[in-house]
Design a protein around this ligand. Sequence first.
Ligand code: FE
Ligand code: CA
Length: 503
Amino acid sequence: MKRRHLLLGSSALIAAPAWLRHARAADLPRFALGVASGQPHASGMVLWTMLTGAGLPERVTVRWELAHDAGFTQIAASGDEVAELAWSHSVHAEPTGLAPARWYWYRFSALGQQSMVGRTRTAPAADAAATSFDFVITSCQRWDVGHYAAWRHVAAEQLDAVMFLGDYIYEYASSAKSIRPVEGSHVRTLAQYRARYATHKSDPALQAAHAAAPWLMVWDDHEVGNDYANLQGQELEPDFKAQRAAAYRAYWEHLPFPKSARPVDADMRITGRLDWGRLARIHLIDDRQYRDVQACPKPGRGGSNTVKLQACPELLDAKRTLLGAEQERWLAEGWDSARPWNLLAQQTLMARFSQSDPASGGGTYWTDGWDGYPAARNRLLGVVAQRKLPGVVVLGGDVHANYVADLKADFDDATAPVIATEFCGTSITSLGQQQARVDAARAFNPHIRYARSDQRGYMRFALGEKQLQMQVRVVDNALDPASGITTAARFVVDAAKPGAQAA
Ligand code: FE
Ligand code: CA
């Protein structure tokens, strides 16, 4: 008999005495962390789930089904995958040969149980006309500072894809005052990373957002540790490479990445590219794994600092890289001049954000973002300008604020042309800096058109051939799981003219 466990949480099980849990092992919810799909392309995608609960055999065969309808009367593809204990019993099924530009429903079954049903789709064929691409950008879902109302609203949007741009988990321990404390101490080991993913993924609103559409994902720092750079942790931990390997492994296990992306030791490639018909090319890049360490750190530490440019000339070193030479070349060679749009999905704010007047001393900068790597930013934007690509849109997260910005070769020259448009979306929950501080910096950064660190939510995009429309979607109260949502602002970008206009 097949039994469906939809959004049954694990909390009820924790309360049961050990003998009862054991006696009812067959009844343990085996799909308690839901389902997900990711990396859609014209003929397939990755379907993800993970077996849960005590007493699982080392290897379990899991059946997956992909159907044309929610009732699974018309099966489009199906197969078996082996979920292995060594990889946390995760399943990464990869149907192939599907029709382009189609919606599908999928589910898994194993051990007499069935997962919830997810909805996913294929991309339009690369050479096909495509008139629209609807998506959100999301980031920074710190568990213990808020609830996931934003995810409930993401699940209700009619989307082709959800982009998640980093900070899926946070490694911190919770304070006693947290509204929903995470278990355990500061995360550094594989077991701790796995437990932290399980906490985040237990949330029904997040599960609903995963089940609603395929995700396109990049990571930022907190999937490993705050402000890490390449193989250096913020605290200059001597065993950081092993920590990064554990973190990357848990990341792959818990998210819809293909088998080909499975990490080897401390390396995992997340860099990738997707063509949405003839409408857009989407580039997904990694600014953590290959970067130079941050300039001018605090004494005895790694990680970020906030520095005056004149006190840190190293910032301007032309050799410094945020993407690594190889990825930088890959991106430079892959811009698409045939499609109207190039979407660059990456981690953080690209526009210059000086916290003091650049006219005196060159400005004050946070060294973890693109401001810590200005030569690398100039190289990237230089290629966009040289190739005369009008529809480049940079998407980001990380800074827990909504920013809309003009990207320019020289941010201090009011007459310098706008090269590209930037939308950096706020956090799902993570707290932003004080709005008054952001407001005080606006005068030093006239290219920033919108700046709100006091908003939680996401940005919702409708991309068309001629125009991009964006809505700033803001939850009323991120402390309330039942919070409503409103549109706080709207912007449009014309395909032929970089720069966002208020709408
Ligand atoms: Fe964050
Ligand atoms: Ca971050």
